[in-house]
Design a protein around this ligand. Structure first.
Ligand SMILES: Nc1nc2c(ncn2[C@@H]2O[C@H](COP(=O)(O)OP(=O)(O)OP(=O)(O)O)[C@@H](O)[C@H]2O)c(=O)[nH]1
Ligand SMILES: [Mg+2]
Length: 267
């Protein structure tokens, strides 16, 4: 067991090092990366399509890299915005890693890009531990997923710089309890901003973009209290991914245990 933990720590430490280098490199290229995390179907792509369209409308060059286990569906949807888009197929891996990112960012996105949105694989466990060189990490949850998700997935929510509640247009129909959700968020990430959005009505989209652009202009993102601390201090989360998630050669040993969280990037 100790060896398994050691291997995980080594994998994450290596990822952290690569991510820190990537962040510096992106900084040098004038690009701010935004890492979007959520469970499958929370509405990452729908929101991203609007963000890309509105960024273009404001004259802000933005691009998107989207990751999935299979299909190019999301890239096709995002490309409708006219922004440069790249689909990454992870070959069974349930998250993106900094090394993959570095490979995909050679010579891309085009020069002049200011914002790179990264849509991570839909999963609230595995992606949480991997810094991708982003400056802003955003975790989304839709109104139908349950107000207690932040406390059930403390790493994903605890390491976010911004929490987005998506599909707000369905809140009433779903009987969503905004106060219980806010309390749940506050327990794992006190002080983090919570934004309510809807890709149907456009609610919150401009505000989301404003926050991203403020960070591009040098505003310091919210620093989560979990930053730099180890998940083991907070207990283990257990992955519930598809068995294929573990077939990839990069998959982490130890069955469905989530890897321990890496230290937050120095934001
Ligand atoms: N009513 C409503 N439906 C939404 C909203 N956003 C997304 N949806 C719907 O929710 C479903 C999933 O949305 P996606 O954008 O594909 O979700 P995703 O997080 O990108 O999914 P994965 O990439 O598979 O993890 C689609 O049927 C969307 O049309 C929203 O704000 N309101
Ligand atoms: Mg998607």
């Amino acid at each position: 067991m100790c060896r398994v933990v050691d291997v995980r720590q080594a994998v994450l430490a290596r990822n952290d090092g690569l991510a820190a280098g990537l962040r510096r490199e992106l900084d040098g290229r004038g690009i701010t990366a935004v890492n979007l995390l959520s469970s499958p179907g929370s509405g990452k792509t729908a929101l991203l399509e609007l963000l890309l369209t509105r960024a273009a409308g404001r004259g802000v060059p933005a691009a998107a890299l989207t990751a999935d286990l299979a299909t190019e569906n999301d890239a096709r949807r995002l490309a409708r915005s006219g922004a440069p888009v790249k689909q990454v197929l992870t070959g069974g891996l349930c998250h993106l890693e900094a090394a993959q990112m570095r490979g995909h960012l050679r010579g891309w996105p085009p020069q002049g890009t200011r914002v790179l949105f990264v849509e991570n694989v839909g999963n609230l466990v595995c992606p949480a531990a991997y810094d991708l060189g982003e400056t802003l990490r955003v975790v989304l949850m839709s109104v139908t997923e349950g107000e207690d998700k932040p406390v059930k997935y403390p790493t994903a929510f605890g390491l976010a710089n911004l929490v987005v509640l998506s599909k707000a247009d369905l809140g009433e129909a779903a009987g969503f309890d905004g106060d219980a959700f806010a309390e749940s968020v506050e327990r794992v990430n006190p002080g983090v901003g919570v934004l309510h959005t809807s890709a149907r009505t456009g609610q919150g989209v401009d505000e989301f973009l404003d926050r991203v652009l403020a960070v591009c202009e040098g505003a310091r993102p919210h620093r989560p209290p979990l930053a730099g601390r180890h998940l083991r201090e907070h207990g283990h989360e257990h992955g519930h991914g598809h068995p294929r998630d573990h077939e990839h050669p990069h998959a982490h040993p130890g069955g469905e245990d989530a890897p321990p969280a890496a230290g937050l990037p120095a934001r």
